[in-house]
Write a protein that binds this ligand. Structure first.
Ligand code: NAP
Length: 493
């Protein structure tokens, strides 16, 4: 976003550099930014891990993984340039001395630059280490310059509202809010960012973007995969916390927010907080009316037989963890009064597909009714992944001598414009290097999102769902999810 800001020399310190996220997302993102000439002129990536290791060994490990996970091929020339910036540093997360050594190392880099460079700390470690790391960073003053030092925190950010407030308080003791970059990688996705361009870069859609013209909005994030190797994490988390509280609510904010006055990060984030505040809170006795939970049993995905969630390794045989959630939200504000926003997400669904559907209202009168032609109401579909396109569905005349109508689509295809789209982490890391907070979550955003979830979360924790497992792997979720939208005369698209 901050196209014209000059990138300052930066040392990127990755806590958990030996982990899964670093190898699959972070190093590939830095590598591709490097190829694009979007890394700062002077940069170092300081990879932190507990074990003893050499720069050479660690670089080889990164190269092997780049070959699997980078969107671009690893060439000898690019790798030779990039690898020289990576340094491995043995470090113990809970030992003060390790941070004193880190301080010396960072000071050493500054001498090389001839200036105090920026410092970007990426906490790619489990959430329970955030407190110990931020405490040591504060005590050793290694991130003491609010204008130059930044910290990136991965999701999950807390597990409920109280823990998010606690974590925000803790971070605020070591960092100013402007230094804290809370990641929700959905905000880095090209098609999610395109919602802003589409809504506020055109004059023809915004006048229709309200309860007078829109019947309902649907947001679906469907995954084909199950819990894979993450059962221990997922058993404690479930779909509500893992997907709805962050990704789906963020998309909902992008679709429904008021036009920002400018692209200032505070302005956009204020508008999103307004949306979260406007979401109608559900009372405990209404949870079943507004929300549906599901857990997959055995079934077939893409022709392959799959076991049920409770048969996955590491999952309790009587697990109450939800792998599917559908919720009907209402936004109590002028623009969206009585327009349902349906959101759903699930694992082991029929297909991997994330998309938004804006369903427009039907025509008040059908001019073609005498020729008994049915008209489909207009629909706008924004495909987030794996397809990345925007489709406007409308009625048109069938070519021929009679006046017959049929639904057609007008499509903007991202891949047709550019088939080499940056990964979300590339966009987010570049924004963090540039010091632009727009695509990151502010403390009040995270807390408000947890507040939206609170009653559902507490009700589901207290009550066991005796219908589990209630959907087959390879389906679109439990039958109750259809009933949720059908009560309003709607259908999932
Ligand atoms: N992986 C993903 O796709 C993904 C997606 C979204 C969010 N996240 C979030 O990103 C963060 C990192 O995830 P990850 O999957 O990369 O984690 P990970 O592979 O399980 O662990 C990251 C690193 O933490 C260090 N570590 C593990 N246990 C430790 C301990 N007891 N004491 C000190 N260090 C320890 C290890 O480094 P050393 O042993 O070398 O010190 C390890 O390489 C988490 O917050 C996760 O929720 C991950």
């Amino acid at each position: 976003m901050s196209e014209h800001t000059i990138l300052q020399p930066t040392t990127i310190v990755i806590f958990g550099a030996t982990g899964d996220l670093a190898k699959r997302k972070l190093f590939p993102a830095f590598y591709n930014l490097y190829i694009d000439g979007r890394m700062p002129k002077g940069f170092n990536i300081l990879a932190l891990g507990r074990a003893e290791n050499t720069d050479e060994n660690f670089r080889n490990h990164i190269k092997e993984n780049l070959e699997s996970f980078s969107r671009r091929k690893v060439t000898l020339e690019d790798w030779a340039g990039f690898q020289a910036h990576i340094k491995y540093f043995q470090h113990q997360l809970d030992e003060e001395n390790s941070y004193k050594n880190l301080y010396q190392k960072l000071e050493g880099f500054d001498k090389v630059y001839g200036t105090r460079g920026n410092r970007l700390f990426y906490l790619s470690i489990a959430p329970n280490f955030v407190s110990v790391i931020s405490g040591h960073i504060k005590n050793t003053s290694i991130a003491s310059n609010p204008k130059k030092d930044r910290i990136i925190i991965e999701k999950p950010f807390g597990h409920d509202k109280a823990s998010a407030i606690e974590l925000n308080d803790l971070l605020s003791q070591a960092f100013e809010e402007e230094q804290i970059y809370r990641i929700d990688h959905y905000l880095g996705k090209e098609t999610v960012q395109n919602i802003l361009a589409f809504r506020f870069g055109n004059s023809i859609f915004e006048p229709l973007w309200n309860h007078r013209h829109i019947e309902s909005v649907q947001i679906t994030v469907a995954e084909e995969v199950g819990v894979e190797t993450r059962a221990a994490f997922y058993e404690q988390t479930g779909a509500l916390r893992d997907m709805i509280q962050n990704h789906l609510l963020q998309i909902l904010c992008m679709v429904s927010m008021e036009p920002p006055v400018s692209l200032e990060s505070s302005e956009i984030r204020d508008r999103k907080v307004d949306v979260l505040k406007s979401i109608r809170r559900i009372s405990p006795d209404k949870v079943d009316h507004y929300a549906v939970r599901g857990q997959y049993g055995k079934g077939t995905v893409n022709g392959v037989p799959e076991k049920g969630y409770r048969q996955e390794e590491g999952v309790a045989p009587d697990s109450n963890t939800e792998t599917f959630v559908a919720i009907k939200f209402y936004l109590d504000n002028e623009r969206w009064q009585n327009t349902p926003f349906y959101v759903r997400t699930g694992k082991k669904m029929k297909e991997k597909h994330s998309y938004i559907t804006i369903q427009f209202k039907p025509l008040p009168h059908n001019t073609f009714s005498e020729s008994s032609q049915l008209l489909s109401a207009n629909r706008l579909i924004i495909n987030i992944q794996p397809q990345m396109d925007i489709r406007l569905q409308f009625m048109a005349k069938k070519p021929g001598l009679s006046l017959e109508l049929k639904p057609v689509e007008m499509i903007f295809d991202n891949f047709a414009c550019q088939n080499d789209t940056p990964e979300a982490y590339e966009t987010l890391l570049l924004e963090a290097l540039l010091g632009d907070l727009t695509l990151f979550m502010r403390s009040d955003q995270v807390e408000e999102a947890w507040d939206v979830m609170k009653t559902i979360q507490e009700t589901w924790e207290k009550t066991k769902d005796s219908s589990f497992p209630n959907y087959e792997a390879g389906s679109w979720g439990p039958e109750d999810s259809n009933a949720l939208v059908e009560r309003q005369g709607h259908k999932w698209v």
